[in-house]
Write a protein of this length. Structure first.
Length: 458
């Protein structure tokens, strides 16, 4: 009886501790990793590093000098040599280890063994990054960082740079318009596409940039950001008037560049290789970011008369995509579906959009439209996004690289408030003044009775 009592006295706290750890792992994974997961994974890594590398085929035969030294000093067996390991650097989301590759090894060997390494060391995922020839960085992620997104405090900020989402390897996904000038973002209803767009606008609002919107859903997506917008078109008719103005603005900027560089006025625009960033600060025009929401609405026609207007708008969009970067005009094209079935010029426009972000889509063909021509292996990843994880997307570019990302939650009221606070930063562009949206002096935000906003992410 006394033994049973002692067992109960000892087992009670142990069970409570185990239950608390399980609860923390499920509800507070970051805290669980810092207190339990990090020490356990570190011990596993240090204790079984050599045997794990050998089991994964990441060791090489020792050099002859090493063999002779071991045989001369000891009688033990000469074992294969694992890569030289650097200092283990813990992070808030995992571990980082720098390895020096042995002769004959390549980073692809470690990438192929990433799944084995994560199971051996008890972490959520392992990612391999090449630092320089012969050196790779292993980033061990302790838990699913995309389950509850928390952006890193030290994210890259700068002109035309917006940290808009979190990658699955716990690094920020930064939308850099100087590096990737134009982007296509696809996603079905309630997939998180609007949340992604909301982050972009809120991130660009405090910067010296002109924001222009085309929202053919009568402005329901972009109208809340009207105080910060330099122009807004809410239907195809207004878009048909706005796009020629942007093309003329682009041509005027090319004339400014040619005049500054001494290029003759008759030089075709396509032969100019410089851009506005080579101009002095006092002469450089402000960059323009054009947001096109539901781009398919610009392609759809109901009558023969609409076909001519559609062709003109598509031609102007293609011109902006082909020539706009040098003039400081960048495109952010969004929609639910985008492909050749929209009509003439659709695939040509898509080919000019370097960046691709694909949220949850309703069919495989839509994912192929976004990612099939740049990263075919990413199509299946986009098709496997569950409806229970809105905001999750697959991001890629024409280099062939891709990764899973997820945007954190940002309420519409907070994004609109950021735009109102930055309203004084709207640049003076006379050509766009006729398209400046009306802004109420005292906007009143009310919600319909019985309806509550649905969060896009946790």
């Amino acid at each position: 009886m006394s033994d049973l009592t002692t067992l109960l006295e000892v087992g009670g706290p142990v069970a409570a501790l185990g239950g608390g750890a399980a609860y923390a792992r499920a509800k507070h994974p970051a805290a669980y990793w810092s207190t339990v997961g990090l020490p356990v994974s570190t011990v596993r890594l240090l204790s079984f590093y050599g045997s794990v590398m050998e089991a994964c085929g990441l060791t090489v035969a020792p050099s002859r000098l090493r063999v002779l030294a071991v045989k001369a000093t000891t009688q033990r067996e000469v074992r294969p040599v694992p890569p030289r390991r650097g200092i283990i650097r813990p992070t808030t989301t995992g571990l980082r280890i720098r390895l020096r590759l042995a002769p004959g090894q390549e980073p692809a060997d470690f990438a192929a063994s990433a799944e084995r390494l994560r199971h051996a060391w008890g972490v959520h995922a392992v990612y391999v990054t090449t630092v320089k020839p012969g050196v790779v960085d292993l980033r061990l992620v302790g838990y699913d960082v995309l389950r509850r997104v928390r952006m890193p405090r030290k994210a890259a900020h700068g002109p035309l740079k917006v940290p808009v989402a979190l990658r699955e390897d716990a690094t920020p996904f930064v939308r850099d318009y100087r590096t990737i000038p134009h982007q296509l973002t696809l996603g079905a209803t309630l997939s998180g596409k609007s949340m992604y767009l909301r982050h972009l606008i809120a991130g660009l609002a405090p910067q010296s940039v002109a924001l222009v919107g085309i929202d053919c859903k009568r402005g329901v997506e972009l109208a809340p950001f009207a105080p910060r917008l330099s122009a807004l078109a809410t239907d195809p008719e207004q878009a048909a008037e706005l796009l020629p103005v942007l093309v003329n603005e682009m041509e005027d900027r090319y004339e400014l560049i040619k005049a500054r560089q001494g290029i003759t006025p008759g030089t075709p625009d396509e032969e100019i290789t410089s851009d506005i960033w080579g101009l002095p600060d006092h002469e450089r025009p402000v960059p323009i970011v054009l947001f096109v929401d539901e781009v398919a609405e610009l392609f759809l026609i109901a009558t023969k008369k609409d076909e001519e207007r559609r062709d003109e708008m598509v031609t102007q969009l293609i011109r902006l995509a082909q020539l706009g970067r040098a003039a400081g005009i960048y495109l952010e094209v969004c929609g639910q579906r985008f492909g050749a079935e929209l009509g003439k010029g659709a695939t040509m426009l898509r080919a000019q959009l370097t960046g691709r972000v694909c949220h949850r889509v309703n069919d495989e063909a839509s994912a192929k439209m976004a990612l099939g021509d740049i990263a075919p292996e990413a199509v299946q990843a986009a098709c496997s996004i569950a409806p229970e994880r809105p905001g999750l997307a697959v991001a890629g570019d024409t280099s062939g690289g891709w990764s899973r990302i997820r945007t954190p939650y940002l309420s519409l009221g907070d994004a609109a408030e950021t735009c109102r606070e930055s309203a004084h930063l709207v640049p003076d562009l006379p050509a766009l003044k006729p398209f400046r949206p009306d802004v109420p002096v005292h906007p009143v935000e009310t919600a319909a009775p019985g309806f509550l906003p649905r969060p896009v992410t946790d």
